[in-house]
Design a protein around this ligand. Structure first.
Ligand SMILES: *[C@@H]1O[C@H](CO)[C@@H](O)[C@H](O)[C@H]1NC(C)=O
Ligand SMILES: *[C@@H]1O[C@H](CO)[C@@H](O)[C@H](O)[C@H]1NC(C)=O
Ligand SMILES: *[C@@H]1O[C@H](CO)[C@@H](O)[C@H](O)[C@H]1NC(C)=O
Ligand SMILES: *[C@@H]1O[C@H](CO)[C@@H](O)[C@H](O)[C@H]1NC(C)=O
Ligand SMILES: *[C@@H]1O[C@H](CO)[C@@H](O)[C@H](O)[C@H]1NC(C)=O
Ligand SMILES: *[C@@H]1O[C@H](CO)[C@@H](O)[C@H](O)[C@H]1NC(C)=O
Ligand SMILES: [Zn+2]
Length: 466
């Protein structure tokens, strides 16, 4: 009687084995690269041969709706958590937490205050909890102890460390005896020059050429290390950049006494903490003050921005229209390019390209949400995503596995080109599974354990019906 069941088990195993192989094929190493402030359309405005090379051989998403506010820390944390800023808690580059009575500033050592990061668990923590290893070259937050954890390997943030040195570290970690499966690489350009020059300045061409050269360097080093064909590389950014002008400055001092509030986060999306009992006075003074400035009480911030539910979001938020700056006084610092505006604005959108065995080739997608990157990364790493605001369904068309019939031949190609160790691993694995099955079959055939059988029979029986 148990032969039927046994063949049923065997059938299930045989049927699921190719599935396991297919998912193995996607569960590989991933390198996530961010070029800070790389606007989505720089690749159309300036010569970028290395970006074009990845587009031709991989995928390209034209518009990524990033997280509001469109600044560096909120968006780098969204990419590694899949959460809107209100949920991951990194709500701005400059913050005040009234619960902790503590401040956080990108320009000071206060970024090492763990508490500000601990509303969420970034992907490297989950990756390591599931037994893998992560390596980070200056990605925001990766040198901060978050929930008592650092990435397996990381570099202390130091802007003077060159792109080449960062790449060298990542390659060392990817090729070590205990390799990482997740790498994170951050580079400060073209954001810094974008602020100084403004995105419309013709000198941006030189800046973008330089970033493109860096990307070319990364690709050639990955090829040299024999990683290019097996590594899934995603090249993206946190936000874009908009052109400012001295003719588009909104001066708060003209409308409200600066003694009545504290400016916590700065232009173009300004977080204001009114003095005790001064909320309505400050709000009323500003709400209709300028046609190019929207002013919200915290509870009235539009839902689509997902920017309400966090104690670090201040009682008043003033958002400038694109290209406008909100300063207290015209003599305050002025910059030619800025970001932080509404995330619906195309100028705020980042670049998004990817290449690797998991990704389709020469495939362009119109749009995605940056919250979808996290479930995509988890899928590729084979780890379980924590609750998040993205969806793998929205982006799985980027993957080879979404194309009917594609995974099998692709696996065979990789198998032939794969290393000796990989080849032997598959053969040994198959032999072990076969031996295990044989032993299992023998065990089932002679086993006399009706209690366990009874339960399992209910599950397998339907599969055995002719
Ligand atoms: C908050 O901290 C500041 C010093 O950083 C202190 O002067 C102030 O009294 C504190 N406020 C509360 C409510 O604890
Ligand atoms: C930052 O890196 C530069 C260049 O490698 C080095 O000279 C400098 O000492 C580093 N700074 C710190 C604080 O480690
Ligand atoms: C604003 O700037 C002007 C110079 O442009 C200066 O004279 C004035 O004192 C400043 N006001 C405040 C409140 O700082
Ligand atoms: C890439 O795709 C475009 C349009 O989808 C097609 O015209 C082009 O020939 C493709 N290029 C390659 C190299 O497959
Ligand atoms: C982005 O997310 C919103 C809200 O969940 C959804 O309605 C929209 O379809 C998503 N966009 C894309 C391109 O997936
Ligand atoms: C985003 O995800 C978090 C975690 O699951 C959840 O608490 C929050 O309500 C979500 N936000 C939205 C707008 O769905
Ligand atoms: Zn910036």
């Amino acid at each position: 009687m148990s032969w039927n069941r046994t063949w049923g088990y065997l059938a299930i195993c045989v049927l699921t084995f190719p599935g396991i192989l297919c998912s193995l094929q996607e569960q590989r190493q991933v390198l996530l690269v961010s070029f800070d402030g790389f606007r989505w359309d720089y690749i159309y405005k300036f010569p970028t041969p290395n970006f074009q090379y990845i587009i031709k051989n991989g995928i390209h998403v034209e518009h990524v709706t990033n997280a509001f506010i469109t600044k560096t820390f909120p968006n780098h944390y969204t990419m590694v958590t899949g959460l809107y800023a209100e949920s991951h808690g990194m709500v701005a580059n400059e913050m005040y937490d009234p619960v902790l009575n503590d401040t956080f500033s990108m320009n000071h050592m206060t970024i090492y205050n763990s508490k500000f990061w601990e509303d969420a668990y970034p992907i490297w923590i989950t990756n390591q909890r599931e037994g893998h290893r992560s390596g980070a070259a200056m990605w925001p937050g990766t040198d901060v102890k978050i929930h008592d954890v650092f990435p397996t390997h990381y570099m202390l943030y130091n802007e003077s460390v060159t792109f080449q040195e960062r790449v060298a570290k990542l390659i060392e970690w990817f090729t070590s005896k205990n390799p990482i499966n997740l790498g994170l690489l951050y580079w400060e350009q073209p954001d810094e020059w974008g602020h100084i020059l403004g995105p419309d300045n013709p000198c941006m061409e030189e800046v973008i050429r330089d970033v493109d050269k860096n990307l070319g360097y990364l690709v050639s080093e990955l090829k040299r290390a024999n990683l290019w064909d097996t590594l899934n590389v995603i090249v993206t950014s946190d936000h874009g950049m908009a052109q400012s002008s001295r003719d588009r400055i909104i001066e708060l001092d003209l409308y409200v006494d600066r003694e009545l509030y504290k400016m916590i986060d700065h232009s173009p999306t300004v977080a204001l903490l009114p003095g005790e009992g001064k909320l309505d006075e400050v709000y009323n003074a500003l709400v209709n003050a300028h046609p190019h400035m929207s002013v919200y009480k915290k509870e009235d911030i539009p839902n689509r921005l997902h920017y309400n539910h966090n104690s670090k979001i201040q009682p008043i938020l003033a958002v400038a229209d694109e290209g406008w700056e909100i300063l207290q006084n015209k003599s305050d610092g002025f910059i030619w390019g800025d970001h932080g505006y509404d995330n619906m604005l195309p100028e705020m959108h980042p670049i998004f390209l990817a290449h690797g065995p998991a990704f389709r080739r020469n495939f362009t997608k119109q749009a995605m949400n940056s919250t979808d990157l996290y479930p995509l990364l988890c899928h590729m790493l084979g780890i379980s995503p924590l609750p998040n605001n993205g969806s793998l369904d929205n982006v799985k068309d980027l993957l080879v596995s979404s194309v009917p019939g594609a995974p099998q031949p692709r696996f065979l190609v990789d198998y032939q080109q794969g290393s000796y160790a990989f080849y032997m691993g598959i053969i040994l694995g198959s032999i072990l599974i076969f031996i295990f099955l044989l032993a299992f079959v023998r065990h089932l055939t002679y086993s006399q354990t009706p209690a366990v059988w009874g339960r399992q029979t209910e599950m397998t029986q339907p599969l055995l019906q002719p």
